[in-house]
Design a protein around this ligand. Structure first.
Ligand code: FAD
Ligand code: SF4
Ligand code: SF4
Length: 474
């Protein structure tokens, strides 16, 4: 029995509802969230589209297997807290994931209604469930505290992998402290993904939930500098450590002129804007004035799209995304690409930079590019871009953002016994996520390289289970 009043054939007549959003002309001049969320009516109608498939292929497409038909059915029953609980069993951050998961590659890609191009808007329903229950969830009494185990765990970094790990460890009864190098908690959720996609108040809410459960948060502590991992064990008395330090070291193109003034890494631009409000007049860490400037962003992932759309909001006159492959190979979320197009970002596909051009005084004045064509697939599975001889051309520019991915931060590489791959990611046992150092576990981007919020959270939970097993044998 489901709570859906409609027969199957009627459900299939309903078209997918689009997410209400700020109009493109309006939103390019503010940092407020673009997507406005479903109303109760829209959410109910969208939920009615679900066929309640017994085998739930949508859940199989979700990296943490959220019980999607169950939470949708609870929406239809009008039991919003029940819907939230059905999600929270598997996903601690539904307000975040509903907004930023690449649903078209995960849950929605497996929805049976997707065969006709109209999957249920699972991400939007997850967001609706999280947002509409936020106040009630905060107000409801905490369950009974688990019996303390007397064991202490330190978590390095406060991104989604650590937050998910902390949530489980505290419920197992361990004492949990999260150490964060920056002055704010949330990892990429706070310093990378812009406010117009993920309001920072949502991340702060989730950190507060963990605080109320008893997780301690210490900011401005760089593990590897302020304290080493060995000191965490020997001097601070921790019994286990989880490394969720992410992949925050920007990659560069390695071409002539990259040192010119006016060239940012996406990390620097986004961190200064998101975390330090660098665009405000009184900012102590200002950025160059983007107003009326021509900006090029190199890359085609979420980071590149976020940099391009941030540049527009900083007042840029023209923003170009330049990518050496074609639109089909772009790794960014589909919605971000569509939103960027609506906002006026210009896309140049199949072009790669050869050198940045100097105005004679050390400032960027342009870039020399070369057209590409696609060859056979490379190790990434995507078709390899090949240069076309004699196709060079120049683009005049004022500012550039390099957004071609990140490597792992080298701060922990001096820790004895930790093994790193040639790519700089940390080696772990794939089942237990244990490193070669006893009592040290790791997950998220530091292990996989840049991936997704939900996969980092899945790893955090997997590590929490292994840490609990490890501690129970001490
Ligand atoms: P992170 O989120 O990187 O967090 C690591 C934290 O560790 C950071 O706060 C860092 O300061 C801290 N740290 C590092 N070293 C130390 C140290 N030595 N001591 C103390 N603290 C330390 N994924 C999606 O699913 N959807 C998206 O739309 C999306 N958009 C993105 C946009 C941008 C701009 C970026 C950069 C990434 C995006 N991603 C997106 C990817 C996603 O955010 C990451 O995969 C995810 O955040 C990884 O989580 P994590 O916990 O492994 O690390
Ligand atoms: Fe889909 Fe992400 Fe929610 Fe999983 S966590 S159901 S992938 S939106
Ligand atoms: Fe509902 Fe689609 Fe999942 Fe079927 S596959 S249960 S229709 S969301």
């Amino acid at each position: 029995m489901t709570n859906n009043p409609l027969p199957l054939k009627d459900r299939m007549q309903i078209q997918r509802h689009t997410m209400p959003a700020q109009a493109p002309q309006k939103r390019v001049s503010n940092f407020n969230e673009v997507n406005q969320g479903f109303s109760s009516e829209l959410a109910r109608e969208e939920a009615q589209r679900c066929l309640q498939c017994k085998d739930a292929p949508c859940s199989q497409g979700c990296p943490v297997h959220v019980h999607i038909p169950d939470f949708i059915d609870q929406i239809l029953a009008g039991n919003m807290l029940g819907a939230a609980d059905a999600i929270l069993q598997d996903n601690l951050l539904p307000a975040v994931c509903g907004r930023v998961c690449p649903q078209e590659k995960f849950c929605e890609s497996r929805c049976v209604l997707g065969k006709k191009g109209n999957p249920v808007a699972i991400g939007s329903l997850e967001r609706f469930t999280a947002d509409s229950t936020a106040a009630d969830r905060a107000a409801r009494p905490q369950g009974e505290k688990p019996a303390p185990t007397g064991k202490k765990v330190a978590l390095i970094g406060s991104g989604p992998s650590s937050l998910a790990c902390a949530g489980d460890l505290i419920r197992f009864g361990h004492e949990v402290t999260v150490y964060e190098a920056l002055h704010a908690f949330g990892g990429v959720l706070i310093y990378g993904i812009p406010e117009f996609r993920l309001p920072k108040s949502i991340v702060a809410y989730e950190v507060d939930v963990l605080r109320r459960l008893g997780v301690k948060f210490e900011k401005n502590v760089v593990i590897g500098k302020t304290l080493t991992i060995n000191e965490l064990f020997d001097e601070q008395g921790y019994d286990a450590v989880f490394i969720g330090a992410g992949a925050g070291l920007p990659n560069f193109l390695g071409i002539p002129g990259e040192e010119l003034i006016g060239i940012y890494s996406s990390n620097e631009l986004l961190t200064r804007v998101n975390l330090m409000k660098a665009y405000q007049d009184q900012s102590v860490t200002p950025i160059f004035n983007f107003k009326d400037k021509v900006v090029a962003v190199f890359g085609a992932g979420n980071t590149a799209l976020d940099s391009a759309r941030t540049s527009l909001r900083l007042g840029a006159k023209e923003v170009h995304i330049i990518y050496r492959r074609s639109e089909e190979e772009m790794p960014a979320r589909h919605e971000e690409v569509e939103h960027a197009k609506e906002e006026g970002v210009k896309f140049t596909f199949l072009a790669a930079p050869l050198e940045f051009l100097d105005n004679g005084e050390g400032w960027l004045k342009g870039v020399r590019l070369q057209r590409m064509e696609l060859g056979e697939p490379d190790a990434s599975g995507r078709r390899r871009p090949l240069p076309i001889e004699g196709s060079e051309f120049t683009l005049d520019l004022d500012l550039t953002v390099i957004a071609i991915g990140n490597g792992s931060n080298p701060l922990l590489r001096d820790t004895p016994e930790l093994q790193f791959t040639r790519r700089g990611t940390l080696e772990v046992n794939p089942e237990s996520l244990q490193t070669d150092k006893a009592g040290v576990f790791a997950g998220g981007d530091i292990v996989t390289g840049g991936a997704t919020v939900i996969s980092a959270m899945g790893a955090g939970r997997q590590a929490a289970q292994s840490i609990n097993d490890y501690l129970s044998q001490l």
